[in-house]
Design a binder for this molecule. Structure first.
Ligand code: PLP
Length: 387
């Protein structure tokens, strides 16, 4: 089976991990701040907080921005469930903003309309999570403008998008957001096995996330309620979690950061080849906006004929092509339906779900593998249209 995505691990990556295993610290050592520094420098953010997953990073980001009971977070229905669940962890409500039919990212126009209605109803969101689907940045300038007008915070869920650029600058510099979150799950752009990171330019948010990453415990005398009892002393001053990343993971992350440009180059090359090979077929790729460069986490095609969707998908899977579908709209999940969401609520996201297929794309994919995917896809479309 040609998978839809997979990690690339080289000898240097393995050596970096082994080096930590032979060192004094498997966790809470120097590899974590070194990885945080490498990501900060690359994406142009002032502060970074490495954690054990992007899900944890989203949770900490919401907590740092003060999300709680009575508040609402809005995000795209076309995302992994974690982009929405982070609000529920904070006892806040979730709502969704429908996507743009061409890019499948949150529609800034739909957001604008929904904000105008919410203002009248007195139900504005506290946070909007902008998800850079497939690695393509959202219309951040417009979303940021709306945040100024309506007074909400912005988290960028850039789980797919480390290495992407927007208006010529890296995703993660947070010039249009409060916090940006990355994922390092093995199918994403770089990996730490499991892992994630929140980056920000605001020291207060970084400090809050650092505190909550490790139980709400501080060793900083300035933050304590009284002078330390002794050198052993620490204080718990908030209810935090153990969301720490290990040094083993961070060393792999730093090593992968050295390879990021190579990964991006190959992903962009494969995406351009798909564009070319698929141009004459009855499907279209997601539209790419002009002032951004995707990191190409995923290559999604939308079939012209939604009626053949299952048949084409099954044909590909049956011929060892590990296609996938990103994503099942979150509001259609049974857990979300118990909260009152219903089919038909976000028609563009649902239309996408009926015709989208993620084709295999990963840096170690060979040209021959890609050719095989294209050949089987062509066969699938012929076969399914003939029937
Ligand atoms: C993968 C992913 C997450 C969660 O990442 P983890 O590191 O697995 O917790 C969140 N949001 C999106 C859009 C993702 O693709």
């Amino acid at each position: 089976m040609i998978p839809y995505g997979r990690q690339s691990i080289c000898a240097e990556d393995i050596e970096a991990v082994v080096e930590v295993l032979r060192s004094d610290f498997l966790t809470q050592g120097p590899a974590v701040p070194a990885f945080e520094k490498a990501v900060c420098e690359r994406v142009g953010a002032d502060f970074a907080v490495a954690v054990n997953s992007a899900t944890s990073a989203l949770h900490l980001a919401c907590l740092a921005l003060g999300l709680g009971e009575g508040d609402t977070l809005w995000t795209s229905p076309l995302t992994f469930v974690a982009s929405a669940n982070c609000a529920l962890y904070c006892n806040a409500r979730v709502d969704f903003v429908d996507v743009d039919s061409q890019t499948a990212n949150m529609s800034a126009e739909a957001l604008e309309r929904k904000l105008a209605e919410a203002k009248i109803a007195g139900a504005l969101p506290k946070i909007v999570v902008a998800v850079h689907l497939c690695g393509q940045p959202c219309d951040m300038e417009k979303i940021h403008g709306l945040s100024q007008q309506y007074g909400f915070h912005i988290i960028e869920d850039a789980s797919h998008a480390i290495g992407a650029t927007y208006q010529g600058l890296p995703v993660g510099d947070c010039r249009y957001s409060d916090i940006t979150v990355f994922s390092f799950h093995p199918v994403k752009i770089i990996t730490t096995g499991e892992g994630g990171m929140a980056v920000t330019n605001r020291k207060d948010l970084a400090d809050r996330m650092l505190l909550l990453r490790s139980h709400g415990i501080t060793r900083d005398a300035d933050k304590m309620t009284h002078a330390p009892d002794g050198p052993w002393y620490y204080q718990q001053i908030a209810l935090g979690y153990n969301y720490r990343m290990t040094d083993i993971q961070a060393a792999l992350g730093s090593s992968q950061m050295h390879r990021l440009d190579g990964f991006l180059l190959r992903r962009r090359e494969l995406a351009a080849r798909y564009d070319q090979y698929l141009a004459s077929l009855p499907l279209k790729p997601l539209k790419q906006i002009s002032d951004a460069l995707s990191s190409w986490h995923l290559y999604v095609v939308l079939l012209d004929n939604a009626d053949s969707h299952s048949a084409v998908f099954n044909f590909l899977r049956g011929h060892e092509i590990g296609v996938n579908l990103h994503y099942i709209p979150v509001h259609l999940q049974p857990y979300y339906q118990t909260m009152g969401f219903f089919a038909g609520g976000f028609p563009q996201a649902e239309a996408y779900y009926r015709c989208a297929i993620s084709l295999p794309l990963y840096p170690d994919m060979s040209d021959a593998d890609q050719q095989a995917v294209v050949n089987v896809l062509r066969e699938a479309l012929d076969d399914c249209h003939a029937n």
